[in-house]
Write a protein that binds this ligand. Structure first.
Ligand code: GTP
Length: 341
């Protein structure tokens, strides 16, 4: 994680809290060299994509806590050569606390390899479903940077049909709901896809989306994202469709703001240059304004608005204050419900 937050676990006033027993895990599986470790490192450890070329093959099951982040999850990676359902690996425990099972398929592999991966995946999905039918099943059709737009669409369709066929053969078609994403660590698609995976594990998602909708309509904002700043995963957005270009702009804004704060920010004794009171505004050539406001140490609201609608700063400030209070209440209610079920 970036050192603007430090690596230590801290007590933030609200968030996706939970002790070790109840923290959900995102399980990563896939054939050897499909890209599991690279995905973890790029999304959660800020490794640059090129550095993943030197990542060594994972030899054993690796569990990682996502610290210094709003997302209080753990990831568990099973190396390609290990069967996650071996008795010695305690599959019952692992899959009962699994929130999402993410299977990575290397789209650059040859057809036979992909078919073998799908066969294995359907078998694993079926076994995991029999342990815990609440698991969200996700497939990353990965390394699509090496494919043209046309072959990307073709490969996705082929994989989708093959999965359906294999599940039907096992009698599980229609029982398992599987989501497919085309991903690459060389662009923002991996962050977008991971955002969608994480969002499904956030029980308050519907309320967060409504709050963002209300904020947008009150402030004439076109699009807004609620970001976990350290991972650049957006934990919610308003209900209008997400355009990749807008999401990329917002991600870039976070990077620019953090970098500028780290270089030029004024650091008081014991404080960070980038903290829960940080904010930033960037005016774009396209007559739009990007603005960022921190909600707490980990969460930031990033919005895009037309320049003419950014004139009433007082209105935006007031709406942001109400929005922030709303978000706090949502998580405090959840916390109270957990404490007094
Ligand atoms: N072109 C491309 N290469 C990628 C991408 N993601 C990962 N790779 C490369 O794929 C190779 C294998 O990645 P790993 O992350 O080690 O794969 P793994 O699934 O963890 O492999 P095991 O630990 O052996 O199970 C590395 O050389 C990465 O640089 C991607 O999105 N595009």
């Amino acid at each position: 994680m970036s050192d603007v937050w430090g690596d230590e676990e801290d007590n933030f006033t609200y968030g996706l809290d939970g002790d070790d027993r109840e923290r959900p895990t995102i399980v990563l599986m896939g054939q050897k060299r499909s890209g599991k470790t690279s995905i973890r490192k790029v999304v959660f450890n800020k490794m640059s994509p090129n550095e993943t070329l030197f990542v060594e093959s994972t030899a054993k099951v690796t569990k990682d806590r996502i610290a210094a982040s709003f997302i209080n999850f753990a990831t568990q990676e099973f190396p390609g050569q290990v069967c996650p359902f071996e008795d010695s690996l305690n599959p019952q425990t692992n899959f009962s606390r699994c929130g999402a099972l993410l299977y990575v398929i290397d789209a650059q592999d040859d057809y036979n390899e992909i078919c073998a991966a799908i066969k294995k995946m359907c078998d694993y999905f079926m076994r995991a479903y029999n342990i815990n039918n609440k698991i969200k099943f996700e497939v990353f059709i990965h390394k699509v940077d090496g494919l043209t737009d046309e072959s990307r669409a073709e490969a996705s369709l082929e994989i989708y049909n093959k999965v359906k066929e294999d599940l039907a053969d096992m009698g599980y078609d229609g029982l398992l709901h599987i989501n497919f994403y085309c991903t690459s660590i060389y662009d923002h698609s991996i962050f977008e896809a991971f955002s969608k995976v994480v969002q499904k594990l956030i029980t308050q998602l519907g309320t967060l989306e409504k709050l963002l909708d209300i904020f947008n309509s009150g402030s004439n904002v076109e699009k807004s994202f609620l970001f976990d700043v350290s991972s650049k995963i957006y934990i919610a957005t308003d209900t209008t469709p997400v355009e990749m270009a807008t999401y990329e702009l917002c991600c870039d804004m976070i990077d620019v703001t953090i970098d500028l704060s780290a270089i030029y920010g004024q650091k008081m004794e014991g404080q960070r240059a980038f903290d829960e009171n940080s904010s930033a505004v960037i005016r774009l050539k396209s007559d739009h304004v990007l603005f960022l406001r921190q909600l707490n140490r980990h969460l930031a609201l990033v919005c895009i608005v037309r320049s003419e609608n950014f004139e009433k700063q007082g209105l935006i400030d007031y709406n942001f204050k109400c929005f922030k209070e709303g978000i706090e209440k949502v998580f405090l209610v959840q916390k109270k419900m957990q404490e007094n079920p």
